[in-house]
Design a protein around this ligand. Structure first.
Ligand SMILES: NC(=O)c1ccc[n+]([C@@H]2O[C@H](COP(=O)([O-])OP(=O)(O)OC[C@H]3O[C@@H](n4cnc5c(N)ncnc54)[C@H](OP(=O)(O)O)[C@@H]3O)[C@@H](O)[C@H]2O)c1
Length: 319
């Protein structure tokens, strides 16, 4: 089968399209014919091989050599212990920790997959798992979003933000999106009430305050975010600079004690809310914003677009 393989850490040059053997499912796994896969920030971090990701995937060189976690496809074979799926089922999910989705076939444990509703395309399904889970868990589980609130998403033009605005709108809130100027028109079209270009405006210094901030970038001191929160407000970060995240963890408790503002880090629970996304999608309340789709052979264009941060929504590769 064809797969995008990497055997050393580095930039996109380490990725190669190769012919390798098709995987065989273990007893608790299904073999999925992959129809579409989306790119996540985590794929790029694993490719680059920073300290944290080397701890996960090998210090000297990658142990798992095929990246790609968010897949959609069709079950082609089932291990003996599989009960949730049968051959021919259309499935999607986040294979984080196992990866392997940048390939024509991948094996996955059944807990990593959910049934794909018939109305959902494979391209849309591949876009959803990781980014939509972070948006749901950031806004609803951690952020406890409520009707009438003022909400802001920092880093609004990528996967989490473009799902986040659609989820937030289910709660009838006023929502602001912060991203690069070239993405603001798209952000207004998909429902953001206000948009800010981060190269021109520092949203923590405008005097505006929000009830809930969902942050994808976390590149400021935690006190700046606290200043932009209303009394009793919540800041929920899904990722960004490690030192800023540590600061949020360490200083966040003290801020809460003295001001009542909650400074929280969202820890991804993969695939937990896919059934909820199925409901919203089937009801026409939720539609991924797709950049592409790109063909597998054109993977360098797809990954390059993502690495340069020029993508809008989710970058999807079809296989
Ligand atoms: N918490 C967990 O357990 C967990 C698990 C997996 C992933 N993650 C994290 O989740 C995040 C993934 O988010 P995503 O999929 O939405 O990423 P994404 O698609 O890369 O989107 C990020 C957006 O932020 C914009 N941006 C860049 N610099 C910015 C700045 N200074 N201010 C405001 N916006 C800025 C980018 O645009 P430009 O680059 O064009 O400016 C891009 O539109 C990552 O931080 C990842 O590390 C967390």
């Amino acid at each position: 089968m064809k797969a995008i393989v990497y055997t050393a850490y580095g930039n996109t040059d380490v990725l190669e399209l190769k012919e390798i053997s098709k995987p065989v499912p273990a007893d608790d796994e299904v073999l999925v014919k992959v129809h579409a896969v989306s790119i996540n920030d985590w794929d790029i971090a694993l490719m680059n091989g920073d300290f944290v990701n080397r701890m996960l995937n090998g210090f000297a060189k990658p142990k798992r050599t095929i990246l790609g976690s968010d897949i959609a496809g069709v079950v082609e074979a089932c291990g003996k212990k599989v009960s949730k799926f049968k051959i021919g089922d259309e499935v999607y999910g986040d294979l984080s920790g196992r990866w392997g989705g940048f390939a024509e076939w991948v094996c996955a444990q059944e807990k990593m997959l959910e049934h794909k509703p018939p109305v959902m395309s494979f391209v849309d399904a591949a876009a959803i798992p990781q980014a939509a889970m972070l948006a749901v868990q950031g806004l609803i589980d951690v952020g406890r979003i409520k009707s009438g609130q003022k909400v802001l998403i920092n880093g609004a033009g990528g996967g989490v933000g473009t799902f986040g605005v659609q989820l937030a709108k289910q709660f009838d809130v006023e929502i602001t999106g912060v991203d690069l100027g070239s993405k603001l028109e798209m952000l207004s079209k998909i429902g953001f009430d206000y948009v800010l270009d981060y190269t021109k405006t520092d949203f923590t210094n405008t005097g505006q305050q929000y009830d809930l901030i969902l942050d994808v970038k976390t590149n400021r001191p935690v006190f700046d975010y606290a200043r932009a929160l209303n009394s009793g407000g919540t800041y929920a970060t899904v990722g960004g600079s490690i030192s800023r995240l540590l600061q949020t963890l360490i200083v966040g408790g003290a801020i809460r004690l003295f001001s009542g503002k909650r400074m929280s880090i969202v820890s991804l629970k993969p695939n937990k809310d896919l059934a909820y996304c199925n409901e919203l999608y089937t009801a026409g309340k939720f539609k991924p914003i797709i950049d592409g789709p790109f063909q597998l052979e054109d993977f360098q264009s797809a990954i390059g677009l993502f690495v340069r941060g020029e993508h809008k929504g989710k970058v999807v590769i079809t296989i």
